[in-house]
Design a protein around this ligand. Structure first.
Ligand code: ZN
Length: 83
């Protein structure tokens, strides 16, 4: 049975369960969860497979930096500025 990872669409509005994300074991035939079972806020699905490593998509520049990414922004002059 696959394990799905969900996190609140707006983590700052989520409850203790969904603001940091949670895993849910769910039959593949069931439709994807769209709302937190606890607080009913919208959630987004992160991972659909149990064999691949967790890759969470950074939601913003600060999230990307927190995850260790170097964020580059292309400037008008063609150079990249490190944010
Ligand atoms: Zn919640």
């Amino acid at each position: 049975m696959p394990i799905y990872s969900y996190i609140a669409e707006k983590p700052e509005e989520g409850c203790v369960r969904c603001k940091k994300g949670f895993d849910l074991r769910r039959p593949i035939s069931r439709p994807a969860l769209t709302h937190c079972p606890l607080c009913r806020k919208p959630v987004i699905k992160l991972v659909t497979s149990f064999s691949t490593p967790k890759i969470t998509k950074p939601l913003s520049v600060s999230d990307a930096k927190a995850a260790g990414f170097t964020v580059l922004e292309k400037r008008i002059d063609g150079n990249y500025e490190r944010l």
